[in-house]
Design a protein around this ligand. Structure first.
Ligand SMILES: [Mg+2]
Length: 350
């Protein structure tokens, strides 16, 4: 066995585990007339003929159609305080382009339900409470896969979480089938394909996240819908809710609809028997709720900001506006107006 580079540093691809393409403090502001006027259609729209006549696409056909769309999604790291109009304008202009693709059919005809948590869903379906769906990365926590803050003494992680996967991380320990521990080497003759790897990542908690989960779970059926992989996401969720008291369901990357190679979309129709008027999704990524814009609450991306106060803003919005509403979509539309912006864009380009 080659001895060189024991303990080699292997670079982890963040996207292998979490999905935070791009990403900031919307501060839950009502969209003003001025801000919608400032929003410009940044990409040129596709022609009506390109895809609008296509119906009943299966997932493969759907992905192919999406791959032909001519835009490059922007990362949620662009969703930061002060950049609201730009972020919204660009992402919504992309959503205009995606509008004719049959999200619903693609979802229903796909294998997305393969990993569907049937029992958890049955439990929340029978509840009278509204459903609060929460994104994980950059909404509730930030995981420092890039190890940007690994040695930062003034910005220490709130926690480190570990998880097994077939992917590797720096400082990996690997385990064979008998759980014997060894270290990754550069010996290329060894096949690691069936090897479990223990990865560890430092995380920052969004200020107030634990209190937020405790509070919202009094009024809503709360769950996580993340574009990250289960191994990593479960480690974080188990840390946030160790006694399993607040989070009632978990949906992961394999429950998302892929839009091209880059976008993971969360189609809320996955909550089969629950009417959309009862479901709200808090997410820092606009593309996540592209199929149901009025069900989304866009929160700015959290990276590592101890002064961040967004969860408290979201909490008061949820309690004061969403909770008493008959239809969450009407309240969101009144407050944020995403659908109106899209409708205006369409009117301007058609
Ligand atoms: Mg996110």
């Amino acid at each position: 066995m080659a001895e060189q580079s024991l303990n080699r540093k292997r670079t982890i691809s963040k996207d292998k585990f979490s999905h935070s393409l791009s990403l900031s403090s919307l501060s839950l502001k009502k969209v003003s007339k001025e801000s919608t006027q400032n929003i410009k259609l940044i990409s040129s729209p596709i022609s009506q003929d390109t895809i609008s006549k296509k119906k009943n696409l299966n997932l493969k056909q759907f992905e192919y159609e999406v791959s032909k769309l001519n835009f490059c999604p922007i990362g949620s790291n662009s969703n930061f305080a002060g950049n609201y109009d730009n972020y919204l304008g660009t992402t919504l202009s992309h959503i205009v382009q995606m509008r004719n693709i049959k999200f619903d059919y693609a979802l229903e005809s796909s294998s997305i339900y393969e990993n569907y948590p049937k029992k958890e869903m049955e439990n929340i379906s029978s509840s009278n409470k509204k459903i609060l769906v929460l994104d994980l990365d950059e909404t509730l926590i930030h995981a420092d896969f890039d190890e940007e803050f690994e040695n930062d003494k003034t910005n220490k992680y709130d926690a480190k979480v570990s998880f097994f996967s077939e992917e590797s991380c720096s400082n990996n320990k690997i385990y064979d089938d008998n759980d014997n521990e060894s270290t990754l080497t550069d010996d290329d003759s060894k096949d690691y394909s069936d090897t479990k790897v223990l990865s560890t990542v430092g995380i920052f908690l969004r200020p107030g996240v634990k209190k937020f989960l405790e509070e919202v779970s009094k009024y809503f059926e709360v769950g996580i819908f993340t574009a990250s992989v289960p191994e990593y996401a479960d480690a974080v969720i188990n840390y946030l809710d160790p006694e399993n008291k607040f989070i009632k369901f978990r949906l992961y990357r394999n429950n998302c609809v892929n839009v091209g190679d880059l976008l993971k979309v969360k189609n809320l129709k996955i909550f089969k028997n629950i009417p959309l008027k009862k479901i709200v999704l808090v997410d820092n990524n606009m593309y996540s709720f592209a199929p149901q814009l009025n069900n989304g609450i866009l929160i700015n991306s959290f990276i590592n900001d101890k002064n961040d106060n967004e969860l408290s803003n979201v909490l008061s919005y949820l309690i004061n506006y969403i909770l008493p509403s008959d239809d969450v979509r009407k309240v969101n539309e009144q407050f944020f107006g995403f659908k109106k912006i899209v409708d205006d864009m369409i009117r301007n380009v058609d």
